[in-house]
Design a protein around this ligand. Structure first.
Ligand SMILES: [Mg+2]
Length: 473
């Protein structure tokens, strides 16, 4: 699993959560859709009266699955499915602000069910509902399907089985299972190759799908506004948005602009867009805001995705589950003011301590107890997925531009900012230069010269400098 693959695995969860929170305000006409060309924004509200940046049931249920996948569990095992089913019931007991009709009909009848045997009981209840109504192909299993990929990355057979099994807990109709399988195999392909190809899974689903996908590519997402609560139309709307968009942000905007079940279509689209473009390409201004049940934020989704993709095992430094990263011992405590803006302090991870600044932008992995060290509110601690290794960033110029704009946002909010990596050698000077270029209008090259003059530790590799210089192109 390369660093780039991991970034994309993180994108599956963070991209879906971002789409969810972006679509929440507009769900089923909760407020007028943004006009063409106008940006959808994370305003909160919607059917569940959510806070700005708060995700809804789509991501809440995905978190249940992700937490089990993060233990390294095989999601095809009945014991793991029992845990997923029991997790859904705990979520339902917590009184979520919004629950899909079909999910409510299944979970509501099973309150108080013990974990052992919960999956079988849930499947039986879902089958009964299908026999009675004949209509159980809502989009409620597709919206949460991403974690089924992370548990089995690179194993299409296992992914197809896991996706269908998790879907089938609440959604008996084979259309729902098919949609989850198709989407999950596309996500797996994107994580591994960086390609968007929703047809890689056609061998695992019914014969009706090629024509449905063709139609989605000829249409725009709004074509499905009236019926995208149906899993087939939701997949078509999401694929229409993804296939025609240039980048993650544009794809999520297109999904929300399509209307109808906006949060769910954008959550579905976001899982695939994140798999293609990486969690690092979910804009920092969105990552700051993202939060939701069960008390998680973007950094927690990152942890769950990394652990699931690594089959429950942290890396050699214990990240992302270790309380601290021992390799950082000896990192200096000193900071220096940014040459273009003294309200931005440049330093190493050793500088993290209470009172150092009002906000923190971290450019390195942090242990679970290191993140709160600076004592700043969670939305003011922005963690950026960036590496100083050659060719290990998916879009370094784009990431630098986004991080510079997040620092500018924090400064415009009147906050002082600590910008740090491990030893302030590569990432800190490069991001500082990107910020300097943004606020002074000078070239990134000139901004880097000014940063080097105050930060003698700076020695970024030529490939990283090339990413900075490419910003100007
Ligand atoms: Mg929702």
């Amino acid at each position: 699993m390369t660093y780039v693959n991991l970034d994309r695995a993180v994108g599956v969860l963070v991209g879906a959560a971002a789409g969810d929170a972006l679509g929440v305000p507009y769900e089923y006409g909760s407020r007028p859709l943004p006009r063409p060309g106008e940006e959808a924004r994370m305003l909160g509200g919607g059917l569940g009266d959510y806070a700005p940046g708060q995700w809804s049931d789509d991501t809440e249920m995905a978190c249940v699955i992700a937490e089990i996948a993060a233990t390294g569990a095989d999601l095809r095992d009945e014991a793991a499915l029992d845990r997923v089913a029991a997790g859904f019931l705990r979520w339902y007991d917590d009184g979520p602000a919004d629950v899909g009709n079909q999910t409510r009909a299944v979970l509501g009848a099973l309150r108080g069910t013990a974990e052992a045997g919960a999956a079988a009981k849930m499947r039986a209840r879902a089958a009964e509902l299908h026999a009675r109504s004949g209509r159980t192909a809502g989009n409620g299993s597709l919206m949460r399907t991403g974690p089924a990929v992370l548990a089995h990355l690179g194993d299409p057979e296992a992914i197809a089985q896991a996706a269908r099994a998790v879907s089938g807990l609440t959604h008996h109709d084979p259309q729902a299972g098919d949609a989850c399988v198709l989407w999950c195999l596309a996500i797996d392909h994107a994580v591994r190759t960086g390609e968007l190809d929703v047809r890689v899974g056609l061998g695992y689903v019914g014969p009706q799908w090629p024509a449905l996908l063709d139609e989605a590519e000829r249409s725009t997402p709004d074509r499905y506004a009236a019926n995208n609560g149906w899993v087939v139309a939701a997949l078509q709307a999401a694929w229409s948005a993804v296939a025609q968009a240039d980048g993650l942000e544009a794809g999520l905007q297109a999904a929300v602009h399509g209307g109808g079940d906006t949060d769910t279509v954008a959550a579905i689209a976001g899982a695939l867009l994140g798999a293609r473009y990486g969690g690092s390409m979910v804009p920092g201004r969105w990552r700051r805001l993202l939060q939701g049940w069960p008390g998680l934020r973007a950094r927690d989704l990152t942890r769950l995705a990394v652990l699931a993709a690594r089959r429950g095992r942290p890396d050699g430094d214990g990240w992302p589950s270790a309380p601290t990263i021992q390799a950082y011992a000896g990192s200096p405590r000193a900071t220096v003011p940014h040459p273009d803006d003294p309200g931005v302090l440049l330093g190493a991870v050793g500088a993290l301590r209470p009172g150092v600044a009002d906000a923190v932008v971290s450019l390195c992995r942090l242990g679970a107890t290191q993140a709160p060290l600076a004592g700043v509110p969670a939305p003011d601690h922005v963690e950026v997925w960036i590496t100083d290794r050659d060719d290990a960033n998916l879009d370094l110029p784009g990431l630098l531009a986004d991080t510079a704009s997040v620092i500018r946002d924090l400064r415009e909010e009147g906050k002082t900012v600590l910008l740090h990596c491990v030893f302030a050698e590569a990432r800190t000077p490069i991001v500082a230069a990107a910020y300097g270029a943004l606020v002074t209008g000078s070239t990134p090259e000139a901004a880097l010269r000014r940063v080097r003059a105050v930060l003698p530790s700076a020695r970024p590799a030529p490939s990283i400098v090339a990413g900075l210089l490419a910003m100007a192109e």
